[in-house]
Design a protein around this ligand. Structure first.
Ligand SMILES: [Zn+2]
Length: 146
């Protein structure tokens, strides 16, 4: 019952292994439906000062807006703030996800804010394996910490 109120979930980044918190919900819950109903009732009395059947349209619009916000909130919370790894993008387009991580790591390298920060725990590839991968021409190395 207590986990019903916990909207965030503790986990680790799949790439840099840093601890993070992500939102559990991808879609609206019963409480969002109740909130949308209340918001549409308030809007109805504010606009028409009595019961009006157009409240159903307002209710559907409120539901759609809350669904969009919950979706955006979940989507933004999934992306790692430390290394920029995006698991959703990785499933669809691994190359684009690798480019995003590379950009984020380059920015992090140049930003003086991170000079004394704890270094990221990036996956390490031994030098001989990295060389073999580059000779094969399969993909590009995002980072190599050895
Ligand atoms: Zn990460």
């Amino acid at each position: 019952m207590l986990s019903f109120f916990h909207t965030r979930h503790n986990c680790y980044c799949a790439f840099c292994k840093s601890p993070r918190r992500i939102y559990r919900r991808k879609n609206i819950s019963f409480m969002n439906v109740v909130g949308s109903a209340l918001a549409s009732l308030v809007l109805m009395f504010a606009l028409w000062q009595q019961y009006d059947p157009r409240v159903l349209i307002v209710f559907v619009i409120c539901l759609a807006i809350s669904e969009v916000f919950v979706k955006i909130r979940w989507r933004l919370s999934v992306v790692c703030r430390s290394c920029g790894f995006d698991p959703v993008l990785y499933l669809k387009h691994p190359e684009q996800a690798a480019n995003k991580v590379k950009e984020q790591l380059d920015q992090r390298r140049q930003d003086p804010k991170y000079l004394l920060a704890k270094p990221l725990n990036l996956p390490a590839i031994p030098a001989d394996k990295a060389k073999a991968l580059q000779e094969k021409g399969k993909g590009r190395l995002v980072s190599r910490s050895i």
